[in-house]
Ligand binder design. Structure first.
Ligand SMILES: Cc1ncc(COP(=O)(O)O)c(C=O)c1O
Length: 442
């Protein structure tokens, strides 16, 4: 097995979303993974408190998924998805559709969450055009939103560092709702915070400013993950839904993180009881074993586009060489079967109270200014170090890794999203390790 010493040169790989120089001076390398654990170089076991990157919901290297991919590559390595298809792609679409909110049963495959987002935005524009409202071109995102890294996604996204270098080329006609994070009112909330439903009414202000007839869609993460775990205030998503419906605006839920059991249900839509018109997903759709994403589309939206063109004409000029790639969809079929067979969404729901208590027990740990949680997601926000935002959380992340625990951090928030197979003892280990680390950092 390759070890750090055997890698001749780290310089060729330009690493994504990484402080390349800092990392290469002291790399953290993972060599293999099974179940709840990674194995780092030197044979060190690392408990996965992040499901990789919010994505390995069934735990690592599950036999059924590995076998499905192996069989798939040996049988049909690749099939073109334009004007051709293969049976597994239809099977995977049916399996995904079966657990989506009622009516969102038309599934478009992509290779990532970013592509799912850009695809959803394009579907929204195409839908309005097909129904004779082509002037609806405005897209509404939210401050602090993360919707991947395509130009569509960063335009509706609201993470400043992801936008500023590219600000000259963002999409026009985009506006943003305010974010919902308010520690003065909501610090240490368990589950949905009580304060903030009214922030959805900002959409009415945006509608009044631009006129509803110019707005195509609103996109939000039901629970924002990558920006530091922001849980929607009670009533907020319902209110957004009402306002969108009132003005004929499509509502897109970006469920790249929340889909497939993260909140104890198949989707956050199901968990919160709010139905969007489009739903983007990726990551755990196939337990992250092969790059894959998808958009679930309300049948009415799909039919409006697909029935609008002349018979024999391509209805939607969009797609990827690897849409519905045989390996990806085979992994998805196996993963979705596995989630069901092992009752992993229900398991996540059952574990949530224990996880919540374990996270909130860190309330009195050094530097902790907030703990927030929903399902099997938790965020612990730390006081920023003077003049060095993010530095304390980074140090905590590195020290956790050295002590055999993988977590995420973003800004000064530590983020937790373990595989849904985690045990109570392992949950305790996760938060005990973090407490220990917080006691040792400055
Ligand atoms: C809500 C959300 N949307 C989109 C994406 C982008 O997904 P990908 O990295 O697969 O392009 C992410 C990734 O974390 C995400 O959290």
């Amino acid at each position: 097995m390759t070890s750090r010493d055997e890698i001749a040169d780290l310089s060729n790989l330009w690493m994504p979303f990484t402080a390349n120089r800092q990392f290469k001076a002291a790399p953290r390398l993972l060599e293999s993974a099974k179940g709840m654990y990674y194995q780092a170089t030197g044979g060190r076991q690392v408990l996965d408190g992040a499901a990789g990157l919010w994505c390995v919901n069934a735990g690592h290297a599950r036999d059924e998924i590995v076998a499905a991919i192996q069989q798939s590559v040996a049988t049909l390595d690749y099939a073109p998805p334009f004007q051709m298809a293969h049976p597994r792609a239809f099977e995977a679409a049916s399996k995904v559709a079966a657990i989506m909110p009622t009516g969102l049963d038309r599934i478009f495959f992509t290779n990532s969450g970013s592509e799912a987002v850009d695809t959803a935005l394009k579907i929204a524009l195409a839908y309005h055009r097909a129904r004779g409202q082509g002037e609806r071109t405005r897209l509404i995102g939210r401050e602090r939103g993360y919707h991947g890294v395509g130009f569509g996604g960063i335009s509706v996204g609201g993470i400043v560092s992801n936008r500023k270098a590219f600000s000259g080329a963002l999409l026009p006609h985009v506006d943003h709702l305010p974010h919902t994070h308010d520690l003065e009112k909501n610090a240490f909330s368990r589950g949905q915070p009580a304060y903030g439903e009214h922030l959805a009414d900002e959409l009415e202000r945006i509608v009044a400013l631009h006129d509803a007839a110019t707005i195509a869609a609103v996109i939000v993460e039901p629970v924002a993950g990558s920006t530091g775990v922001l849980i929607p205030p009670r009533g907020y998503l319902q209110r957004l839904r009402e306002i969108c419906t009132k003005h004929g605006i499509l509502l897109i839920f970006d469920e790249v993180i929340t889909g497939f059991g993260r909140l104890g249900r198949a989707t956050a839509s199901e968990f919160f009881g709010v139905k969007p018109d489009l739903l983007t997903m990726a990551k755990a759709i196939n337990n992250a074993a092969v790059p894959m994403g998808a958009v679930a589309v309300e049948r009415r939206v799909h039919d409006t586009i697909v029935d609008s063109g002349a018979p024999g004409a391509i209805e939607f000029f969009h797609g990827y060489t690897y849409s519905g790639h045989p390996l990806a969809v085979s992994a998805a079929c196996a993963a979705l079967d596995l989630y069901k067979r092992e009752g992993l969404f229900e398991r996540a729901e059952a574990l949530s109270p224990f996880f919540e208590n374990a996270a909130h027990a860190l309330r009195d740990a050094p530097y902790v200014k907030d703990v927030r949680n929903c399902g099997l997601i938790a965020g612990i926000e730390l006081e920023a170090r003077d003049g060095a935002p993010g530095a304390r959380a980074y140090e905590a992340f590195v020290k956790c890794f050295e002590l055999g625990l993988l977590i995420r951090y973003t800004g000064d928030t530590l983020a937790f999203s373990p595989p849904l197979i985690i045990s109570e003892a392992q949950i305790t280990q996760v938060f005990d390790t973090v407490r220990q680390v917080l006691k040792t950092i400055a």
